[in-house]
Design a protein around this ligand. Structure first.
Ligand code: PEP
Length: 250
């Protein structure tokens, strides 16, 4: 069975109530029944606004982070049940900025994934190597160990739900995208790695690419057999660019 492609926009800590209104109105006008899943990830304060704006839209909503804790004295954190008050379908976990700037460990990321799997919200597990790690030829070791931290906690069957976002850190926000061949090589290796635990799951798991994806380069990425979509940062803030990427995936 063909895997449905996903194009997700990670707005990061950008936007205002006004700019987000314009962005979503623009996206809604351009996307009525996209052949791929389209997802946008606003910052927490705008979830309610985007939820309202997407009421009659096929576009889905993601949160950029969540706490692994249920509730209580965790100042500044947001729980899964809070996200469930809005139409949140996906949550990014382990984005490289969460790992490097906020010190999220593989263990915490695995706990967040586990907690999400117990809800109706799909985790988008972000993994990827730094430039230094790529130059040391340990790209696959890094990706596999980031996946294994989760796999060991939740089991391989959970990867029928989990979406993996392969995002080489050197390509995020740098304008320096991995080539379609470089990305395909890693995606294929990730699928083969999961196949060691379960071949059926490895054929079902969706692996999307992230790292300076633009409308001008996305169609080549999407022709690759193991690339099931894209996680888009900067380009997702511009209606035309993001729509261009969505169209090239369809
Ligand atoms: C990201 O933040 O997940 C990302 C891929 O950003 P950009 O597209 O800007 O590189």
């Amino acid at each position: 069975m063909a895997r449905q492609k996903i194009v997700a926009g990670n707005w990061k800590m950008n936007g205002s109530s006004e700019s987000i209104d314009q962005l979503v109105v623009g996206l809604n006008a351009a996307i009525d029944n996209a052949p791929v899943e389209v997802v946008v990830a606003p910052s927490f304060p705008y979830l309610a606004q985007v939820d309202n704006l997407l009421e009659k839209s096929p576009i889905k909503m993601a949160a950029q982070n969540v706490s692994e804790q249920g509730s209580g004295a965790f100042t500044g954190e947001v729980s899964i049940s809070m996200l469930q008050d809005f139409a949140v379908d996906y949550v990014l976990v382990g984005h490289s900025e969460r790992r490097s700037v906020y010190g999220e460990t593989d263990q915490v990321i695995a706990e967040k994934t586990k907690a999400l799997l117990a809800s109706e919200i799909t985790p988008v597990l972000c993994i990827g190597e730094s430039l230094e790690q790529r130059e040391k030829n340990i790209t696959l070791d890094v990706c596999f160990s980031q996946i294994d931290a989760v796999l060991n906690l939740v089991g391989v069957n959970a990867f029928e739900q989990v979406v993996i976002a392969y995002e080489p850190v050197w390509a995020i926000g740098t304008g320096l995208s991995a080539s379609a061949e470089q990305a395909q090589e890693v995606h294929k290796a990730i699928r083969e790695h999961i196949a060691k635990s379960d071949e059926v799951v490895s054929e079902k798991v969706r692996i999307i690419y992230g790292g300076s994806v633009k409308a001008s380069s996305s169609s080549e990425l999407f022709t690759m057999p193991d690339i099931d979509g894209a996680l888009v940062g900067g380009a997702s803030l511009k209606v035309e660019e993001f729509i261009g990427i969505v169209k090239s995936a369809g």
